[in-house]
Write a protein that binds this ligand. Sequence first.
Ligand SMILES: Nc1ncnc2c1ncn2[C@@H]1O[C@H](COP(=O)(O)OP(=O)(O)OP(=O)(O)O)[C@@H](O)[C@H]1O
Length: 517
Amino acid sequence: MARRPLPRILSSGSAQLARSREMARTAADGATDVLHPLITITRGLRVLAAAGRQKWAGTPKERRGPALFLVAACGLVVALIPYGPLLALISVMAAAAWKGRDRTPARTGPDEAETERLRSLYEALVPYFSVPEDPSPLFSHGGEWEGAFDEYAFDGDGRLTRLRMKYPPYFTDGEPAARTRIEQLLHAKSGRGREYLFDWDEEGNQLVMTVLAALPTAIAAQRFVTVPGETVLGFTDDDAVQRTVPVLAGDETHDAPPVVWRTGPRSTEPHLLVAGQPGSGATTLLRSLALQALQHGDVLIVEGSGTGEFAFLSGRRGVLAVESSLSGALSSLEWAAHETERRLISANRARQSGHPTPDDVKCPLWIFVDRPGVFAQLAAAGGRPDPQEHLQIPLRHGRAAGVTVVVAEQLDGLEALGEAVRSHTRARVVLGPVTAARVEAVLGAPPHTTPTPEVPPGRGYARLGTGPVLRLQVPATPDPYDDATSEGHRRAVLELLPEALTSPAAERVPERVAAEG
Ligand SMILES: Nc1ncnc2c1ncn2[C@@H]1O[C@H](COP(=O)(O)OP(=O)(O)OP(=O)(O)O)[C@@H](O)[C@H]1O
């Protein structure tokens, strides 16, 4: 249908109307600019007058007379001194201008960009949180996001840092897959590269999403306040564990929440598996654990990478061997298996004859195996037994014999691990940039947070038995003889070393360290 033109009188009239409206707006803007100081002073005078009235109302009746007299006296003095009234007027105007100045109004809600972000997040959630049968859906296209998001916070860049949302009771929040879908969507829409914590309140049909600050990396190797049988794997979030220990970070001491692993006869997860991406800090964690273990026990170290990253421990009190060859690994692990049996028999005999457990059985023995997959390959190539076979007895019976096994392997080499290692290492750590699926594959449960693609070395997740998955930062414990190690870290590690037992070990100490020490 052809459009009929507007009557001339109406079209030209509306143009005139628009022009006059524009002129009126410009005039109003100009007047506001010119009158701005006057408006400010008037507003200030009103504020001052209101304050005066309030003061007067608050003055007890018997003191009003003297107060009035004082004001009148002041007025008289001002009137009598030269330029007094003028000065008084200027002072009052200045005070009024100050009181009446524009103040930035306190923010009461999200700004435009933030509102847009919340709205688009709401719209993205509609397909997941609505069903056609719901007569009054909380989530609907073009609906009110304010009804669903009742708490939110943004950072300086306008990115969400916290969001509390309601969801309909029929949403299947008990299904991990349904939750994961929501978490992935919120993660993607709120900005990748940050770690989010999702807290589902199934009873209240509420979900709180919080951006977690990165765990601090300033804690280096040191003596941690623990009792025998406790080992600090690293540090986690404040609210993830019940306990804190004092730690030195940089030059300051503060309380930090540790992930404490309990070993020994009463432990429910007596052996540990550390898995990580190359260079993620698995060897560093083993060094940290070995230094802690040496406080109360003996350690045997078998390193498959052959890079000599445990050589600094050779010849120290409590260090039984540091082996990096296949033959050395085979013989030392075979000895460890016999030693576990000997301890078991000895402890049994003592129990049967009513004697206390002998001291040599009570002294914890730690077996550290870094990259056993390398030995497995070498052994297969040379037609020799895999050293991991000797780990079966320590893994199966170590708990009762005071023997703890710690195995570290790269994520890609996990299939090279023997069945005994997989089934008896109930304490688990995964390090490096890993996906939630990878964390679940290693720890048996996914993290409650969204792993980030970039992490510093020593960052990962830990899980003890069937406990919760905890974020973890391993204390920096570098090889003190590595040239890249900073002076502070070198000293920190050397301070934890037990005394040297043999002169060759002392000779291995580089000159610069010997000179400092
Ligand atoms: N917790 C940590 N704090 C600070 N730096 C660390 C930490 N863990 C590891 N690093 C640094 O990261 C680098 C790699 O560490 P490390 O050798 O322990 O990793 P890895 O996983 O054993 O590596 P690879 O698989 O190559 O043997 C080293 O330079 C080390 O000093």
